[in-house]
Each structure stands twice: as structure tokens, then as C-alpha cells.
Design a protein around this ligand. Structure first.
Ligand code: NAD
Ligand code: WQD
Length: 334
């Protein structure tokens, strides 16, 4: 029998790519999204890619009565929970708003799930739970800490899952700690499209590549890294999406809870990213060296051993694929 999955935040960047991976894997998927940070044409684009209509509920995940109606009307086997706010900077300006959305949303969702006997949950966590990790590559057993309110919502979110499972052993969770997701679907129909000035590196480089902004600001070139600029574990969003299919398979077929890093296991510097993107778009990307950004660690990349052992997950797409797919998306003018 086909398993039926609720995808919260399924119109967003990672959620929309995961929708496609789940449909391709044979899952029946229903999207719940408030469109707080998604374009309204994403479901049509998903339908265009799959050739199937998208089942969608425009609902805030904190809306308990809507969740109750949805869960009692539909027989879900599992939930993949992406819906959350994700800007580190905004979370520092509005910590309460972030706690309300990210933690209030998670609790409302889990209560509705428990009330309807649904115990399988895949949770979008983040390398943000490692704070300023001292050990590289970063294994899952690294002590967790939060460097900002956004990271705190992910850390407490993980603790909520653990404590719920201690009280009710039927809970099964897949906690997926993403490193730096980048890239886009090969169709060029969906991808990352942030509002306003991008806070993250890759969408900023993409804006410079397409002439929307003048120059990339490289935040620091005096770190203890090979070229002095910050090093991160960039992972293609298509690989990340596949990781969610494997996580769901482990929950639904083996009943195995797991907490794993999703990264490639290798880091690239800011300057390597700029150069790789220039090769993908076919022209130079101008940049300036700017001061360090407060709170940034010099380097962060995943220990991927556990993802391989627990899920059989290994990233397959390389930096050229990440940049080429991003350019294919942004050069069409999302
Ligand atoms: P995104 O903003 O593109 O997607 C989030 C989606 O959730 C959006 O479609 C938004 O409209 C929706 N949403 C937000 N609040 C909601 C609410 N209260 N009710 C219903 N829908 C709501 O972000 P993304 O990059 O796709 O991130 C998805 C998840 O992965 C988030 O939980 C994020 O914290 C986590 N994550 C992202 C990154 C990253 O760098 N992109 C890294 C680690 C973890
Ligand atoms: C990458 C590198 C910057 C912008 C963030 C969140 C993390 C997670 C992923 C959600 C760093 C440098 C950046 C620019 C630059 N999100 N940079 N110029 O900070 O590793 O992680 O996104 O869970 O929680 O903190 O990603 O893309 O912002 O930065 O030089 O204009 O690029 O200093 O070295 P980060 P990022």
C-alpha cells in the first residue's frame, strides 16, 4: 500500500524539492504551507514537473483546529516537517516570533499527530545545533549549543522530539541536520528565491551573477583556513531531498529513529564558491573582501559516517552540479 505523507512547508525551497523526490519514490504527498515564505506559483510548477495535480492546504501549522480537521479527514502514515522560519538575522531581531513559529508549530503538529495515532516524524534540523563546534568534521555526538535564537529553536525542537519519545515509545523520528543546502531542480522550474537581500552566500553570488547586485562581499579573509575565507559543507538540494526519502523509508520500513547529518563531508571556501559559480555562469563574479560577520565559525563540515551507516545516504552531486543547477534556475528569472 502506498504510504501517505504530510509535508509541512512543502512549498518552500527544500520542501518543494523533497516533494518531487517523494512523489518519484512512490509516496502520496499532501502539502501544508502558509506561504509565509513561498511563492504561490510553486504548486503549479510542481504539477508541471510531475504531471499530477498537487494536493495542498494553505494553513498555518500552528492552527490546531485546522490540523485536527486535516488529520481526521486524511490517513497520514508520516509527517515531514519543514515549516519554520529560517533567518538567523531575523531570529535575533524577533526571538519570540521565532520561538512561536518554530516551537509552537512543532508542538501543535505533534499534538495533532498524537491525537490521531500518527507517530512517524521527519524533522528539519540544522548544523546550527552545533554552535561553534570545535571538532572537524562534525559528528552527531558533538555537544549541542545555540549561537542564536534560530539555532535555539532547532536545538529545543530536537529535545522536544526526544522527550516525547521517552514518554510515548510509539514515536519514531528522523532528525536530519542539514549543512548548507544549495542548487536547484534540473528542470529550472523550482529553486531558492529569497525575499530581499539574500543573507546566505549562494543566493547572493547568484544575484551578482545575474546582475541584480554589484559585488559579493566576502566576510573575512583572515580565518585559519587554506585561503583565509570561511569553509562550509554545501550540499545539493537534490541530494538533501533524497535523504528525506531514505529517512522516511527507515522510519516506515524498519521503525528506526535516527539523528543524522546531511552534508557531503567536505568543505569549500567562499572564494572557491565564487570561482565555481563564475565557471558555471561563464563570466567573472566581482567581489570585495569585507570584515568578518559576527558569530561565523571559520569552518564547518559534516562527519557523514552515520548517515551512510543508518540510512545508506551519500551525497552524489558535486560543486559544479550545485552551481550549474542554481544558474539554470536563476538565469530564467524566477
Ligand atoms: P523556506 O523558507 O524556503 O521553507 C519553509 C516553508 O515553510 C515556506 O514555504 C514557508 O512558507 C513555510 N512556513 C513557514 N512558517 C510556517 C507556518 N507557521 N505554517 C505553515 N508553513 C510555514 O526554508 P527552507 O530553506 O526550505 O527550510 C526548510 C526547513 O529546513 C526549515 O525548517 C529550516 O529551518 C530548515 N533548514 C534550512 C536550512 C537552509 O539553509 N535552507 C539549513 C538547515 C535547516
Ligand atoms: C556561508 C559562508 C559566510 C554571505 C547559515 C545558517 C545555518 C543554516 C545554513 C539554517 C560563511 C560567507 C556569506 C555573504 C560571505 N541555515 N558569506 N558573504 O552561515 O554557514 O549557515 O545557513 O539552518 O543555520 O547560519 O551560511 O550562506 O550565510 O554563509 O562571505 O554575503 O559564506 O561568512 O563563511 P552559514 P551562509
Amino acid at each position: 500500500m502506498t504510504a501517505r505523507i504530510l509535508l509541512t512547508g512543502g512549498a518552500g525551497y527544500i520542501g518543494s524539492h523533497t516533494y518531487l523526490a517523494l512523489v518519484e519514490a512512490g509516496y502520496e504527498v499532501v502539502i501544508l504551507d502558509s506561504f509565509a515564505n513561498a511563492a504561490h506559483d510553486v504548486p503549479d510548477r510542481l504539477a508541471q514537473i510531475t504531471g499530477q495535480p498537487v494536493s495542498l492546504f494553505e494553513v498555518d501549522v500552528r492552527d490546531q483546529s485546522c490540523l485536527e480537521q486535516l488529520f481526521s479527514a486524511q490517513n497520514f502514515d508520516a509527517v515531514v516537517h519543514f515549516a519554520a522560519l529560517k533567518s538567523v538575522g531575523d531570529s535575533c531581531a524577533d526571538p519570540l516570533g521565532y520561538m512561536d513559529c518554530n516551537l509552537g508549530g512543532l508542538i501543535a503538529l505533534m499534538q495533532a499527530m498524537a491525537g490521531n495515532g500518527i507517530w512517524n516524524l521527519v524533522f528539519s534540523s540544522s548544523a546550527a545545533v552545533y554552535g561553534a563546534a570545535k571538532q572537524l568534521p562534525i559528528p552527531e555526538a558533538t555537544p549541542r549549543s545555540a549561537a542564536n535564537p534560530y539555532g535555539y529553536t532547532k536545538l529545543v525542537g530536537e529535545q522536544i522530539l526526544t522527550q516525547a519519545a521517552e514518554a510515548e515509545p510509539r514515536w519514531r523520528h528522523g532528525v536530519l541536520r542539514y549543512f548548507n543546502p544549495v542548487g536547484a531542480h534540473p528542470s529550472g522550474l523550482i529553486g531558492e528565491d529569497p525575499n530581499g537581500v539574500p543573507a546566505n552566500l549562494m543566493p547572493y553570488i547568484a544575484d551578482v551573477a545575474r546582475g541584480k547586485r554589484d559585488r559579493v562581499q566576502v566576510f573575512g579573509n583572515d580565518y585559519d583556513t587554506p585561503d583565509g575565507t570561511g569553509v562550509r559543507d554545501y550540499i545539493h538540494v537534490m541530494d538533501l531531498a533524497r535523504g528525506h526519502v531514505l529517512s522516511l523509508n527507515a522510519l516506515l520500513q524498519q521503525g528506526q529513529s535516527h539523528t543524522v547529518n546531511l552534508g557531503t563531508g567536505r568543505g569549500y571556501s567562499v572564494l572557491e564558491m565564487v570561482q565555481a559559480y563564475a565557471a558555471a555562469c561563464g563570466h567573472d563574479i566581482p567581489y570585495d573582501i569585507a570584515p568578518r560577520r559576527a558569530g561565523d565559525p571559520a569552518a564547518s563540515y559534516a562527519d557523514v559516517t552515520k548517515a551512510r551507516e543508518a540510512l545508506g545516504f551519500e551525497a552524489e552531486l558535486d560543486l559544479d552540479d550545485m552551481c550549474a543547477s542554481s544558474w539554470n534556475w536563476v538565469s530564467r528569472g524566477p
